[in-house]
Design a protein around this ligand. Sequence first.
Ligand SMILES: [Fe+2]
Length: 206
Amino acid sequence: MNNDKNEGTTSFILPALPYADNALEPVISANTISFHYGKHHKGYVDNLNKLVVGTEFVGLPLEKIIAATAGKADKTAIFNNASQAWNHTFYWNSLSPKGGGQPPAALKAKIEASFGTLDACNKELAAAATTQFGSGWAWLVLDGDKLKVVKTGNADSPLTKGMKPLLTIDVWEHAYYLDYQNRRADYVNAVLDKLINWNFAESNLA
Ligand SMILES: [Fe+2]
């Protein structure tokens, strides 16, 4: 993605949502989106803009900042906000009002080669999303030439482990608590059933 900076400026921007804020209802409410996108995601972008002032990170793409700060104790705040800014844009694109159902053919063939069936892949994604302890993310990734499901804690991302993310599900409480309270599994299963954007995942295979 190349939508994380204004051309010709050094400020990170909050990319527009790829759909209206009520487009994911009834699975994710406009109220959840207004807080999740308008407060949480925006907060990571705003924090990052403050944190990079006067550093070598001004004007760099998010992926470069993430790579340069991962695992560095004195750069934790910059890493967390850069990675959360990237993860959230990736998450919005991993969802679609017309999601769920069957993946396009090329992705489906890869899923079947790696997991056996689409159902097995979805079950692994649901298990990763529901067993991630505390805040974090469940991901479908390309690792070498194989698809895998992985989970990451807090702001962490498969980008720091040499894997290529194809799609993600945010399992921080702020992603579902207003709509589902503590029922994370209900949120995850509804996302997989109705919203998961296989076309986006396939576009990331290239
Ligand atoms: Fe989030």
